[in-house]
Design a protein around this ligand. Structure first.
Ligand SMILES: C[S@@+](CC[C@H](N)C(=O)[O-])C[C@H]1O[C@@H](n2cnc3c(N)ncnc32)[C@H](O)[C@@H]1O
Length: 241
């Protein structure tokens, strides 16, 4: 990978991570407990999403418009662990679907294994959902604009993918509980992804540590590596029914 691409990839990750961290430390910390929405929570979501939206919409490629600013082969490598978690046909909700490119890839990657997924997408950005509908017009009625922390789903899904950076630190446990209780079919699987850049510090614990500390039982984790460094980890948690 060229230096310029590496720099822009890690620069974007750092940008997004810093937006989230700065906003939490300035506005949310000490105002939240697990049962209460913080005073500034709506502002947190709207500022974070408008910054992400601006950065994604400036991208030229489908993967840039999904928040990945490296080359296509690394996008594929880093998103393949999600596909590996899909073991049977069914409905798949991508929470934080951006422009729908991950869903488009998953449909194709699973099709060659004889698995048919029906895609659904949720994103906080209306503009990105419009792009998803254009990308997958056959499924345009399966795309929704909403905040994953408060959105009421009209149905349940066999697979739900998300990331925990979509909510402030203090609300992460409540968010996972909510998804497990309200979004999954009886045999549904929740796929919690964490994506990192090559420059992220290695000793920071991955999401499975947080999930286990909070008492969630993880069935399995799938990872992707680039030049020996882990860049993706996806933890699978089964429906609690
Ligand atoms: C990194 S992209 C993920 C794209 C694709 N799903 C993937 O895994 O590569 C994150 C997306 O999550 C959306 N997002 C962030 N917080 C959200 C929230 N609270 N509710 C819904 N969508 C959210 C952003 O607008 C952005 O489009």
């Amino acid at each position: 990978m060229s230096k310029a691409v590496q720099n822009s990839t890690s620069g974007n990750f750092r940008f997004v991570r810093n937006v989230v961290r700065n906003y939490i430390s300035k506005n949310v910390e000490s105002e939240t407990n697990s049962n209460m929405l913080p005073k500034n929570i709506n502002k947190w979501f709207s500022e974070m999403s408008s910054k992400l939206e601006e950065s994604y919409l400036a991208g030229d490629t489908p993967w840039q418009q999904s928040g990945f600013f490296g080359p296509e082969e690394i996008w594929i490598k880093c998103r393949k662990p999600i596909e590996k978690c899909i073991v049977s046909s069914g409905t798949f909700l991508d929470i934080g679907c951006a422009n729908g490119y991950l869903l488009e890839c998953l449909i194709e990657w699973t099709r060659v294994r004889g698995i048919k997924i029906t895609p659904f997408g949720l994103d906080i950005s209306e503009k990105l959902i419009d792009l998803s509908k254009q990308r997958l017009p056959k499924y345009k009625y399966n795309f929704y604009v909403g905040n994953a922390f408060t959105w009421i789903s009209p149905q349940k899904y066999d697979y739900v993918r998300t990331e925990l950076v979509y909510v402030p630190e203090q609300l992460k446990k409540e968010y996972v509980d909510r998804l497990l209780k309200l979004f999954l079919t009886d045999k549904g699987k929740l796929l919690i992804a964490e994506y990192r850049s090559r420059r992220d510090i290695e000793y920071v614990p991955w999401i499975n540590t947080f999930l286990e500390n909070e008492g969630f039982r993880i069935d399995e984790c799938k990872s992707a590596f680039c030049e020996g460094k882990e860049l993706t980890r996806v933890c699978v948690i089964s429906s609690i029914r």
